[in-house]
Design a protein. Structure first.
Lengths: 398, 398
C-alpha cells in the first residue's frame, strides 16, 4: 500500500480490495435509513450489544450456512449458539489462534497461504509447517508425511491446528474438494491420540460467496466429528462491503467460551450498527440480490485477466483458471519474483504492482520457499487497468 | 449481563451502557444519508481503508484533542501521524498491552480500576500492582513506595506501564488532577534507569467528554517528556454512540509501528463506514452539538442517584459526588458486597444489580482486596429506575 500510494499512476494488481463498482451503496443507504427512521429500531443499533453478537444476526448466519450446506433444520452443528460475530473474519482468525496457540506451538498451513495469517502466527511466536497444495486442495499424502514426521520428532503435542482456506484460496484461487477436506480431517483425527489433544481444522471460507463459476462445495462442518473439531469462519465484508467489517465463526463448544472472553477483551463486541445493518440486509432480499450481481462482474474481470496473461506474458507461465475469489496465482519458471528481484523492480518502473509469491509461504525450515511465483488480483482494478497492468508486467518480463 | 437477562424486572445499576435517550438517532441518520447519497463519497466508506485509520479522522482527532489541551497548532505531540484509530478505545488498550507486555511482566493499576483491563492483563499472564487512589487521583507517595519496593525486589525491569483512567474513572468517578499526572510521570521517569527501559504512562481518557460539572483537565500529553512516554487513548463511542465503536490513541513513535502491525493482524483497520460517519460528525457541528446535550441529562440522573442514596441507604455509606462519567463508587463499612455475599444475593432477590467493588481490584498479592465497596451506574437506567433501584438496595441492606 505504501508503494501504491507513493506512485500515482501505478496499477496495483496486488491489493485485496474488492471492486468499487460492486459496492452496495443504494442498498446500504436504504437499509440504514429504515433502521434509523424510528428510535425503537435505532437505539439498539447505536448502543452496546452482547460480546458474542446480535442474536438475530447469529440466527440468520446459522440459517444461511446451514442452507448452503443443505443440512437439516435441527442439525446442532448449525446452532446459532455456536456462532461468534467478529469485526471481519480476520478478527476471528486472530482470536482462535490466540486462544489455541502458545509460543513455540505449530500450525499447519497450506503452501502457499494467506500472508496476514502468517503474520498472526509470527506475532504469537507460533511456528508453521507447510503442506503442499494441488489443484483441488491439500496434498493429503504430504499432510500425512508431515504429521508422521512431527510425530517422530516428538513435536506432535505442539501442533494445534490446520489452517485451510478452502474456497478460491488467497493467494492461489484453489478450492478444496469435499473429499480432500474429509481426508484432511480424518488424518488429523488419526494423529490426535499421539498429539494428546484435539487437532482442529480451521476452515476459512472468506471467499465462499465470491463464486462465479462451478458449484459450491459443502463446508467442513458437514464432516463426521466436525462439531468438536471444525472451526468454520466466514464473512459478510467481502461479498457485501469491505468497509462494513462483519465476519462470523462457528466454534466447537470447548472454544466458544474462551474466544468470546478474549473478544470481550478486544472490543466487547462488534459495532452494533454494523451488525444491525447486516441482519437487515439478510432479512430483506438486499443481501442475496446484491450477491447475485457479483458473479457477472468478477467473471468478466477474471476473463480479462486471463486474456491479458495469454496476450502479454510468456507461454512458459503456469497458472490456473479461477472459478471465484479475486486472485490468479502464476508461476514463471526460472524467473525470480521477490521484493528484491529485478522483475519486481522493473515492474514498478513500468508501473504495475503484484504480490511476490514468496510472501505467501510460512517460515517452515523443512522446505525451500519458491521465489518464482506471484499473485495477481482482479478484485479492485478496472478491466482496462487489468489489461494495461499485465501489458506492463509483460514489458518488465521482456 | 447474564443475570440481568435471566431476570426480567431486575433494575441494573451495574451495566456500563450509556443513556438510550441520548443516542444521536436523527444526527446519525442525516450523516449517513448524506455520506451514502453519492457513489463518490459512499464508495470509500464501503471499501477497505488503511490500517492506521482514515486520514481525515486522524486529522480531526488530532485537532480536537489539541484544542481540548489548548496546545499550539504546530505541537508535534498532536500530529495526526501519531494517531491510531481502533474499534473502540478498548481495542487500543488491548493492542498497547499486547505489544508491550510479556507473560510475567508487571503493570501498575489504580486501586480500584477498570475490570475489563484487568481481564486483558490476566489473559496475557501479566501481573499487576495496585496503587492507592485518592479523591483527586493516584496516591503519589504510594506509587513511589511501590516502585521502590519493585526496585528492591529486582522486579523493576518487569514493569512496563502505569494504567491511569484519568477522567471520571470507571469505577470510582475520580478525576486525576494535572499535578498528580505530572507527579506520576515524573516518578516513572525517575525509575526508568533502574528499569532499563521507558516506563509508559497509559492514559485512558474514555470518559473525558462525559463531563457535566467542573472544568476539563489537560491530558497527560501536555506534560514534559510526554511524546516518548504517554500513550493517550480516547473514544467517540461513549459520548456519541456506543454502537459506533470508534476510539483513538496517540502513541509514542516507538510504539506506533508495532501497534499498527498488530492492529493489521486483528482486523487490518476499523470499519470504514464507522470512521467516515465520525469524520463527518466532527466536520459538521453534529458531534459538538450532540455533546452539548449530554451534561444536562447525565447531571440530572447523577443528582437523582445522589438523592436516592441519601434517602434510602444508611448514613454510614461513603461516596463521592460525580462530576462526569456514569458511576458512583460507594463504601459500606463492615458490609460485604461480593458476588457471594448476603447483600448481593438479597439485592438480586429485591430486584437490583450492582457491580461488587472487589471485581475492580487487580490480583496484587501485596495488599488485601476490600470487600465492602460497590459501583453504581447512572448511565443507562432511567431516573425512575435509579430511584427504585436504590430503594431496593436499601431494602436489601436492611
Amino acid at each position: 500500500m505504501e508503494i501504491a500510494l507513493s506512485r500515482p499512476g501505478l496499477i496495483s494488481l496486488a491489493a485485496g480490495f474488492t471492486d468499487n463498482a460492486t459496492l452496495p451503496v443504494v442498498e446500504t443507504r436504504a437499509l440504514l435509513t429504515r433502521l434509523l427512521s424510528a428510535r425503537r429500531s435505532a437505539e439498539p443499533a447505536l448502543q452496546y450489544g452482547s460480546t458474542a453478537g446480535l442474536p438475530e444476526l447469529r440466527q440468520r448466519t446459522a440459517e444461511r450456512i446451514r442452507g448452503l450446506d443443505a443440512a437439516p433444520s435441527n442439525d446442532p452443528r448449525y446452532s446459532p449458539d455456536r456462532v461468534l460475530i467478529g469485526h471481519g473474519s480476520q478478527q476471528l482468525l486472530y482470536l482462535v489462534t490466540e486462544i489455541l496457540c502458545n509460543p513455540g506451538d505449530i500450525v499447519l498451513v497450506e503452501d502457499p497461504t494467506y500472508f496476514v495469517y502468517l503474520s498472526i502466527l509470527q506475532s504469537h511466536g507460533v511456528r508453521c509447517r507447510g503442506i503442499k497444495l494441488e489443484h483441488d486442495g491439500l496434498d493429503l499424502a504430504n499432510l500425512q508425511r508431515v504429521l508422521t514426521d512431527l510425530e517422530q520428532r516428538g513435536e506432535l503435542p505442539r501442533v494445534k491446528l490446520l489452517y485451510l482456506l478452502s474456497y478460491y484460496q488467497n493467494p492461489t484461487g484453489v478450492t478444496t474438494s469435499l473429499a480432500k477436506k474429509a481426508g484432511a480431517l480424518a488424518l488429523l483425527r488419526r494423529f490426535e491420540r499421539a498429539a494428546g489433544h484435539r487437532l482442529y481444522l480451521l476452515e476459512d471460507a472468506a471467499y465462499r460467496e465470491m463464486r462465479f463459476a462451478g458449484d459450491d462445495v459443502p463446508s467442513a462442518l458437514t464432516l463426521p466429528g466436525a462439531r468438536e473439531r471444525v472451526i468454520h469462519l466466514g464473512t459478510y465484508s467481502k461479498p457485501f462491503a469491505t468497509g462494513v467489517r462483519v465476519g462470523f465463526g462457528f466454534l466447537p463448544p470447548t472454544l466458544l467460551g474462551p474466544a468470546t472472553r478474549v473478544k470481550g477483551n478486544h472490543d466487547f463486541g462488534t459495532s452494533s450498527l454494523l451488525q444491525h445493518l447486516l441482519a437487515r440486509a439478510l432479512a430483506s432480499s438486499e443481501y442475496s440480490d446484491h450477491l447475485a450481481t457479483l458473479p457477472r462482474r468478477y467473471a468478466r474481470k477474471a476473463r480479462g485477466l486471463v486474456r491479458a496473461i495469454r496476450r502479454h506474458l510468456p507461454p512458459s507461465i503456469e497458472w490456473q483458471e479461477p472459478l471465484g475469489g479475486m486472485y490468479i496465482w502464476a508461476r514463471l519458471p526460472g524467473i525470480r519474483t521477490g521484493l528484491k528481484s529485478a522483475l519486481f523492480k522493473r515492474a514498478l518502473e513500468a508501473g504495475v504492482l503484484y504480490v511476490p509469491g514468496s510472501l505467501c509461504y510460512g517460515a517452515d525450515p523443512n522446505r525451500p520457499i519458491p521465489d518464482d511465483e506471484l499473485r495477481l488480483s482482479f478484485g479492485n482494478a478496472s478491466p482496462a487497468d487489468i489489461e494495461e497492468g499485465i501489458r506492463r508486467l509483460g514489458e518488465a518480463l521482456r
